[in-house]
Write a protein that binds this ligand. Structure first.
Ligand code: SAH
Length: 216
């Protein structure tokens, strides 16, 4: 895995593009400027790794568009040492961004193959504070609750109850909800049984699916 001056230059341009599209959190932009996205993609897509597009990563899944990663991360506003659960590890790119921001990241994936690939990549990058699990996001990760923040990177039909329960009071859940197109929801837990919901822009995600998928 090589990260050349050319890659670094392309990353700088990507950061400029994201800034123009409205991303303003400097910590988020710095993390995107640091992390080699081409490490998380198939060699065939290396040329396009720094365009603002989603790409296939196998098992009919995709690495999210950089704008989407930046947008969700900005809504989550991760702080150093915060305990964050990500549902939908995919390539591991979003998890790596959260780790670069200093969060303690727990990421879960229902596709065994992607779980294995992403765990390997995240270990190689020695980002230390990321742990990967092969789990169903509908159930969350109860043994490590409560989380300061939770981010879902697949399109859900409704908000899973378990995720609401695993959020600490004052915590934030960012989740895209909808069938064909998803609205980004930012949900803040304001009390034991109280939640406040804000509706943000529209996005298109791969579906949030129940149950685990074993490697063939
Ligand atoms: N965050 C990823 C984006 C991956 S796409 C990245 O940065 O690359 C969404 C991922 O969510 C897919 O890999 C899909 O398999 C996974 N997913 C869908 N439903 C899930 C569920 N119930 N539990 C865990 N992961 C799920």
């Amino acid at each position: 895995m090589k990260d050349t001056y050319r890659h670094k230059g392309l990353r700088k341009k990507l950061v400029d593009t994201l800034r123009k599209k409205g991303i303003s959190n400097e910590h988020v932009l710095t993390a995107i400027g640091q992390l080699p996205r081409h490490f998380f993609l198939d060699k065939a897509f290396e040329e396009w790794a720094y365009t603002d597009k989603a790409f296939p990563i196998g098992n009919e899944q995709t690495i999210s568009q950089p704008f989407t990663v930046a947008y969700q991360t900005e809504l989550l506003d991760p702080q150093p040492r915060e305990k964050i659960l990500e549902v939908g590890t995919g390539s591991g790119y979003q998890a790596a961004i959260l780790a670069l921001l200093g969060a303690r990241v727990y990421t879960i994936e229902r596709q065994e193959l992607l779980f294995k690939q992403a765990s390997k990549m995240l270990t190689q990058l020695s980002l230390g504070n990321v742990r990967c699990y092969y789990r169903d996001g509908y159930k969350g990760l109860p043994e490590f609750m409560p989380f300061d923040k939770i981010i879902v990177t697949a399109g859900a039909k409704k908000v899973p109850e378990a995720l609401l329960e695993q959020l600490r009071i004052g915590g934030i859940l960012v989740i895209p909800v909808g069938k064909e197109v998803q609205s980004m929801l930012k949900i803040t837990r304001t009390g034991e049984k109280e939640y406040r919901q804000e509706i943000k822009g529209d996005f298109k995600f791969v579906p949030f699916v129940k149950g685990l998928n074993k490697e063939e």
